[in-house]
Design a protein around this ligand. Sequence first.
Ligand SMILES: C[S@@+](CC[C@H](N)C(=O)[O-])C[C@H]1O[C@@H](n2cnc3c(N)ncnc32)[C@H](O)[C@@H]1O
Length: 211
Amino acid sequence: MMSRSRPTIDVSACLLDPEQHPGPGPLCWATVFGTDHPVELEVGSGKGLFLASAASQNPAHNYLGIELSRKYARLAAERVVRLGVSNVRVWPGDARAVLARLVPDASVRAVHVYFPDPWWKKRHKKRRVFTAALLASVVRALEPGGELHVATDVEEYFDVIRTLVAAELRLVELTVPPCKEPEHDLDYLTNFERKFRIEGRTIHRALYKMT
Ligand SMILES: C[S@@+](CC[C@H](N)C(=O)[O-])C[C@H]1O[C@@H](n2cnc3c(N)ncnc32)[C@H](O)[C@@H]1O
């Protein structure tokens, strides 16, 4: 019988190997991307819809997705390779550690945190990615005028994030531009945004800028 498995896609140009960057020094973006274009980070990039859309719409920016799940990191890299864009890299690993240890100071144009896992149970809340420590890393990483974009369907988590950011005087809140009406299946910010908008859930969004 013929095999139905899909041919393996070579993701080596997109999916980074943390073993090749053992640290402890920070990453060099020009080495990671091969250009010195502005860098945007996505924390928890899932299957990579945002990375793929943003990178094809903004070819003069570089995008790094940081994704804890190896499986999703690979899926995101496959999506990007299939699309044929060269300005995306995916780092399989914990965004908290990457931001704390490997991102150079004031080197990032934007950080995107979309639909972070809520970890509802009290004993699991420490697994949440958006904490005071992550915010401190984001503030250190952003260049002057750099942006932090957040979206979540979880009101309680959104309140936590807004309270944390409100205490950080270097970030000012901006009005979030209205989101466009999707015309097709890939016309959403992320996979989770698509799911939640179709379900009719309220989505909480915030945008902050570094002074
Ligand atoms: C609810 S999904 C959202 C994925 C994507 N942002 C979206 O909106 O479709 C949360 C993602 O964050 C990833 N994640 C959770 N903790 C993380 C961490 N500490 N570092 C990086 N990724 C993380 C999960 O593996 C998962 O893919």
